[in-house]
Ligand binder design. Structure first.
Ligand code: SF4
Length: 357
């Protein structure tokens, strides 16, 4: 009984706070269809709201429903995702749309268990879709919610450990109200993003401060337990930016999996690979080369490592009749409709990763 009262109190305080301070005008809140909520939830995994908003708007303008996403080329989907990072999300989204069309007649499933079977959809994302688009009670547990609940209840242990995760899911279930569930899920995510921040939480402005055990203990930042710091590794690669007299670049498609899976990029080779070795391997005759220029190295950060990028610009006097098949295509970056990573875009001089046409 005490537990039930405390849960009702938590949800009520959170909703009262959200009514005044919450974010209510996000594009996926305006028309809460399962498709739009799904796209938004996938984009919001590991990416901040302010970054997601323009990507979301453009994505759903170009691909307004699950059928259009299923029909689209993966290249186009990756193009729409270019610069957002974590490209496996886009590949999964595209595959899942195909599953919805083939196995569900194009109608997005409305039960969390069935949604969860789609590629790239976890338990929390499935619950968010059900709660936000159908208003049906379903508990979510994304990174923001984990942090709020771990602090509110002073749950020890790393959030990656099974025991801690079970406890957090139990708490998430118990706090989720039967009424206004869509608002509640948005409210707890907003609280985590804007008040119960990872660093320097704004406890003085928090609606659940009176019951918060981590705050009472004077140690909000101590929860949840931080994962052990992994030493970041540093890698280095050389990228050959081969440009023909018309300004088209030679781009190759990355293998389907991995960090930049399916995206297009100037050929990446081991650091220090010579221009002669590269041209030979590409099948480009040395007498076509007008100018070779090595530009400054820049560093690009990934989640667990940094990559030092060595750009080498090779300007050709004429485009070779053929290049080795594995090397891909000549693409005018200004006209491109392909997926480019932020690194590839910088190398080929594309200033806006997304072409709004
Ligand atoms: S009181 Fe502080 S630590 Fe506790 S939930 Fe609120 S913001 Fe987070």
């Amino acid at each position: 009984m005490a537990d039930e009262q405390s849960a009702a109190c938590f949800a009520a305080r959170l909703l009262a706070w959200w009514d005044v301070h919450g974010r209510k005008n996000l594009p996926w809140q305006r028309e809460r269809t399962p498709y739009r909520v799904w796209v938004a939830e996938i984009m919001l995994q590991q990416t901040q709201v302010s970054t997601v908003v323009p990507y979301f708007e453009r994505f759903v303008t170009r691909l307004p429903d699950v059928e259009s996403l299923a029909r689209a080329d993966l290249d186009e989907v990756l193009h729409l995702w270019s610069g957002l990072g974590y490209y496996a999300r886009a590949r999964h989204l595209h595959r899942a749309a195909g599953v919805v069309v083939r196995e569900h007649g194009g109608v997005f499933p409305d039960e969390a268990e069935r949604i969860q079977r789609l590629p790239g959809v976890g338990r929390s994302t499935a619950a968010a879709i059900v709660a936000q688009s159908h208003g049906r009670r379903a508990a979510i547990l994304d990174a923001n919610v984990k942090r709020v609940l771990a602090r509110r209840h002073r749950v020890g242990g790393a959030v990656s450990s099974a025991g801690t995760l079970d406890e957090l899911w139990r708490l998430a279930e118990s706090h989720t109200p039967a009424e206004r569930v869509a608002d509640y899920t948005q409210a707890i995510m907003d609280l985590g993003a804007t008040v119960c921040r990872r660093i320097r939480p704004r406890c003085a402005d928090c609606p659940v401060r009176a019951d918060c055990q981590a705050h009472a203990a004077g140690d909000p930042e101590g929860y949840p337990e931080k994962p052990p710091r992994r030493k970041r590794r540093l890698e280095r690669s050389r990228f050959f930016v081969v440009v023909d007299p018309e300004g088209a670049c030679l781009l190759e498609q990355r293998p389907p999996d991995g960090i930049w899976g399916g995206l297009w990029s100037p050929p990446e080779r081991d650091a220090g690979e010579s221009v002669i070795a590269f041209l030979e391997q590409a099948g480009i005759a040395a007498d076509l080369v007008g100018e070779v220029q090595q530009a400054g190295v820049f560093r690009h950060g990934f989640t667990h490592f940094d990559l030092d990028v060595e750009p080498v610009y090779v300007r050709l006097r004429a485009r070779p009749a053929v290049v080795r098949e594995s090397l891909g295509r000549w693409i005018d970056p200004a006209e491109h409709r392909l997926g480019l990573s932020a690194v590839a875009a910088r190398l080929v001089g594309v200033t806006t990763l997304f072409d709004p046409r």
